[in-house]
Design a protein around this ligand. Structure first.
Ligand code: FES
Length: 176
């Protein structure tokens, strides 16, 4: 049975007071981000720091948010409101290969529904789900700014454009 990965940011997040721990090297990396901003504007480092949390923990979890709130001397709600605003931050654990399919107008009229159906039927999941083996998660997202090469998707940090069923097959085959 595939596990559900909520696609809505209004999904309830369970709160826990646990605070994440990171290696000295990671904390040092986080401190280095702070130096890019004025001393009284450290909140501006939230986005790069959230990326570090996501890379280290696989997603933006309670414990990571609690760490950042403490690290930046913010309320946890300040961190949550930023993290939940951007779809690039995963609010649930995702598979090793995170496929984000653009569902906005240009992609939609250029064949996104067929591409989505093809990917999901190949993987045996629905949008918002993760495969049983934890390899793939499919998420539907809004415009990724590559409308001229629709339909497109993001896999990890890479864009794949002008998608066809054949090109999708090759892309999925290349995922270990
Ligand atoms: S509509 Fe799909 S990238 Fe813009």
């Amino acid at each position: 049975m595939a596990t559900a990965t909520p696609t809505s940011f209004t999904d309830k997040v369970e709160y826990s007071p646990e605070i994440a721990e990171f290696s000295p090297a990671v904390v040092e990396e986080m401190r280095s981000h702070l130096t890019k901003y004025p001393a009284d504007r450290t909140r501006s480092a939230l986005i790069p720091l959230l990326f570090v949390i996501q890379r280290e923990r696989g997603w933006i979890d309670n414990a990571g948010v609690n760490f950042l709130a403490k690290f930046l001397d913010l309320e946890v709600t300040d961190v949550w409101e930023t993290a939940t605003f951007y779809t690039m931050f995963n609010m649930r654990q995702v598979g090793r290969h995170h496929i984000q399919i653009c569902k906005t107008l240009s992609c939609r009229i250029m064949g996104e529904p067929e591409i989505t159906d093809h990917i999901c039927s190949k993987l045996g999941i629905h949008p918002g789900e993760t495969t049983e083996d934890g390899r793939f998660t499919v998420t539907m997202v809004e415009c990724l700014g590559s409308c001229g090469t629709a339909p497109m998707m993001q896999l990890g940090f890479d864009y794949y454009e002008n998608l066809t069923k054949e090109s999708v097959d090759k892309i999925l085959e290349g995922c270990k």
